[in-house]
Design a protein around this ligand. Structure first.
Ligand code: HEM
Length: 230
């Protein structure tokens, strides 16, 4: 067997074990988290005024990304692979969990699991549905009331001027917050890291990150609804 074939076979064997699936989930989660952070920072440019050329910085940013084809398509491919890997490993881990406990507890009283951890398996599918809606809204414009390609500023303002669309985004961002909080935190548990001093700090850091991302994103529809950005 060639060395690359044996590396593949070893990777496949590792993936068979729950720890392999958890590793795939963690790695794809880190990639998605990196995108969500970068995307939020990019989107916050909505608060910047137009430059001397009259162009909104977020429009110039959108154009620059669109014209950098290797970056755009490279990012899209990596994101697609990460999303598929994240979903498949989540379904397989959930199936293993159910198989390990086929009979439900007579009385289920969650002790160690937090509210966020119990929401993972339903916040995940709702977030996946949100992403599909979001792409149809701001990328293809299919479900947008007045979409104009490369006019990101106007598209965002018009999109969030519809209150129930903004409400859906805000709800999705609250779920994203819970999902990120538990995801970042449980990743450290999956790699076996547990320390009396650092574990509570990691938990606090995960909470802070998740809140910053959700708050940054939520500030956009709220600012449109309250006329802060026009
Ligand atoms: C209020 C929060 C958000 C706003 C205002 C926003 C805004 C946008 C806009 C304007 C685009 C289109 C950019 C363009 O085509 O020029 C876009 C694309 C996208 N957004 Fe968001 N977004 C938000 C939250 C999110 C979240 C939470 C996720 C993921 C969980 C996400 C994932 C994506 C993806 C995957 C794309 C497609 C990127 C591509 O073209 O390849 N967005 N977003």
């Amino acid at each position: 067997m060639s060395s690359s074939a044996s590396t593949l076979a070893r990777a496949a064997r590792l993936y068979e074990a729950p720890v392999g699936k958890k590793a795939v989930m963690a790695i794809s989660g880190v990639i998605l988290f990196g995108f969500v952070l970068g995307h939020m920072l990019g989107n916050l440019q909505i608060f910047l005024p137009p430059g001397i050329d009259g162009k909104f910085p977020i429009d110039a940013y959108g154009e620059a990304l669109r014209h950098n084809q290797p970056l755009l398509y490279g990012t899209r491919v990596v994101l697609l692979i990460a999303v598929i890997a994240h979903i498949i490993s989540a379904i397989q881990l959930a199936t293993l969990k159910i198989a390990a406990r086929p009979v439900a507890y007579a009385r289920y009283t969650p002790i160690a699991s937090s509210y966020a951890s119990r929401t993972m398996y339903w916040s995940g599918p709702i977030l996946a549905a949100f992403i599909v809606y979001h792409l149809l809204h701001f990328t293809t414009g299919t479900v947008h009331p007045s979409f104009r390609d490369l006019h990101v500023h106007d598209n965002v303002i018009a999109g969030f001027s519809v209150w129930y669309v903004s409400a859906f985004y805000i709800l999705a961002m609250v779920l994203l917050c819970l999902h990120l909080y538990h995801g970042i935190w449980s990743m450290t548990q999956s790699v076996g890291f547990s320390h009396p001093t650092y574990t509570p700090k990691i938990k606090l850091g995960a909470k802070a990150f998740a809140i910053v991302i959700a708050a940054g994103n939520i500030s956009i529809p709220l600012s449109v609804l309250f006329g802060v950005v026009k």
